[in-house]
Design a protein around this ligand. Structure first.
Ligand SMILES: CC(C)(COP(=O)(O)OP(=O)(O)OC[C@H]1O[C@@H](n2cnc3c(N)ncnc32)[C@H](O)[C@@H]1OP(=O)(O)O)[C@@H](O)C(=O)NCCC(=O)NCCS
Length: 145
């Protein structure tokens, strides 16, 4: 498996993974827009020529890295793909000036919460009604040493 920058032709498989992974996936148009405005934060994990996961990260306000999305194809989960994407993203965001990384995760998404905890993220606060269906988010933060 290797992690690399996303190319425009990767965005349809990204969209398919998003649709299979999220209740409220980004539309393909939005994925294309994010890629065109933030290509350096858009990462792909590839195995044998197939896209098996992606991550979108940005740096905001100068020093806060934000992970907008991470997902791995269902049949490739629990094999270290998400960890490889996140480690690559943490390094990149740090190089782009981030001193901390934030993201939000659905309160019901215990698997992802365990994934972030294992990577060293810490839960910060519950954000009520963060998602459009009314579910709360837990915001989590990673601080570089
Ligand atoms: C969260 C997600 C990206 C993790 O990707 P992954 O490639 O399966 O993660 P890894 O294999 O690198 O997991 C590393 C460790 O995190 C923990 N972990 C990952 N998924 C877990 C789960 N569903 N339940 C419990 N622990 C989990 C485990 O400790 C795991 O190590 P182990 O497999 O040796 O036990 C993936 O489950 C996914 O795409 N989920 C759907 C989309 C999503 O919820 N994204 C996050 C939105 S905030």
């Amino acid at each position: 498996m290797h992690v690399r920058d996303a190319k425009p032709q990767d965005l349809r498989p990204v969209y398919e993974i998003a649709q299979d992974s999220f209740k409220d996936p980004y539309p393909l148009r939005l994925i294309r827009h994010i890629h065109s405005t933030n290509p350096e934060g858009f990462l792909i994990a590839e195995i044998g020529g197939s896209i098996v996961g992606y991550l979108i990260g940005v740096v905001r306000w100068g020093n806060v890295g934000h992970i907008l999305a991470i997902a791995v194809d269902k049949s490739h989960r629990r094999k270290g793909v998400g960890t490889a994407l996140m480690i690559n993203a943490l390094e990149r965001l740090r190089k782009h000036g981030a001193s901390q990384i934030k993201l939000e995760v659905r309160a019901s998404n215990e698997g992802a919460q365990k994934f972030y905890e294992r990577l060293g993220f810490e839960s910060q606060e519950v954000v009520p009604s963060y998602y459009s269906d009314g579910e709360a988010a837990i915001s989590v933060k990673y601080k570089f040493d």
